[in-house]
Design a protein around this ligand. Structure first.
Ligand SMILES: Cc1ncc(C[n+]2csc(CCOP(=O)(O)OP(=O)(O)O)c2C)c(N)n1
Length: 333
């Protein structure tokens, strides 16, 4: 099934919701750009961001109820994390490897988001392992009779892993309250979709597991919001899981350790021309939801806030070396 393009402002989002969505996408982009600078300055050893995924990530996360719904993210989910309530300072503390990093005290790789308050459990770097975890949580939600849904995001490369298929099978059999959200950017590092996803469609895989598979334009924030909100409603109403495939762009290398030489310059330029951020800005300006000059003013203000957040994080101490082995075993306190 292909989600219809959203021609108008979704009523559930409204004018204020649409403005918030653009601001979150802009914040995500500006933070993304700063993280690459911080890395190239040698202050951070590794960064991985979701440039080109902002519409899919921020719009889907805006449909969630932070602190109520359970959310399993992956390493590329910067926009989802900021939308749920992680702050730029949280992100800088992790990327700069500071003791105060709220996610793991600088033990995890950067951007392996987790928060008890936001109901975001920690995830592994091992691709797709969060998908069965999400299904286990959905089972617990069912047992406890809670009125919440579970959301789980991953890339299309993750759908080649056994965990994806096992998890969807269990979710489909038991009609569990979970939404699987695949951000398909066409690449699993250097491996293109055609060499990764047999049949070429992630959404089509849902049929084998007895659930709807919905293909949505992941560059269209309104369509993503509506599709995700409907799938979450379905889950909460006890009608079972949904697999959403949101087509995105990867506008940067896979990570700061990737040369991106397997994509031609022409190909990368063509992707830039489809950047969802200016497209959404122009759409909101045309709808009168943003006024001329507002996007530039917001960008300036957010840049100032980001620089302040970075400065605050940079002033923090690194972790104590003597604590490096703490919490490896359950008895450590
Ligand atoms: C089990 C496993 N195999 C390989 C890797 C190395 N690896 C990290 S990210 C990645 C690509 C995943 O691609 P995709 O799921 O499409 O997500 P994307 O990074 O494109 O958003 C790979 C192969 C890993 N982390 N875990």
């Amino acid at each position: 099934m292909t989600a219809s393009p959203a021609t108008a402002l979704p009523p559930a989002l409204g004018r204020e919701g649409a403005r918030r969505l653009y601001r979150l996408m802009l914040l995500t982009r500006l933070l993304d750009e700063r993280l690459w600078i911080v890395c190239r300055q040698g202050k951070a050893h590794f960064v991985l961001t979701g440039r080109g995924h902002e519409a899919a990530q921020c719009a889907s996360a805006l449909a969630l109820r932070p602190g109520q719904d359970w959310v399993y993210l992956y390493y590329r989910s910067l926009g989802s994390a900021l939308t749920l309530g992680f702050t730029p300072n949280d992100i800088f503390l992790g990327v700069l490897g500071k003791a105060a990093d709220p996610i793991s005290g600088a033990r995890q790789l950067p951007n392996h988001f987790s928060s008890r308050a936001l109901r975001v459990p920690t995830t592994s770097s091992s691709v797709a392992t969060q998908i069965p975890h999400a299904v286990g949580t959905a089972w617990a939600v069912r047992v406890q009779g809670e009125d919440v849904a579970v959301f789980c995001s991953f890339g299309e490369g993750a759908t080649s892993k056994g965990e994806f298929h096992e998890a969807l099978n269990v979710a489909g059999i038991h009609r569990l309250p979970v939404v699987f959200f695949c951000e398909n950017n066409g690449w699993a590092i250097s491996v293109p979709l055609g060499e990764q996803v047999a049949g070429g469609s992630v959404a089509a895989r849902a049929a084998g597991y007895g659930m709807p598979g919905v293909l949505v334009d992941g560059l269209d924030p309104f369509a993503v919001y509506q599709t995700t909100a409907a799938a979450l409603e379905r889950a909460r109403a006890g009608d079972g899981p949904t697999l959403i495939e949101a087509t995105c762009l990867r506008l940067v290398p896979h990570s700061s350790d990737d040369s991106d030489r397997y994509r031609s310059e022409a190909e990368k330029a063509a992707l830039q021309a489809r950047d969802p951020l200016p497209a959404f800005r122009d759409r909101l300006l045309a709808l009168g939801v943003l006024t001329p000059g507002e996007p530039e003013a917001w960008a300036e203000q957010l840049q100032r806030e980001l620089i302040a957040a970075q400065d605050t994080a940079e002033a923090q101490p690194p972790p104590e070396p003597s604590r490096a082995r703490r919490w490896l075993y359950a008895e450590d306190r």
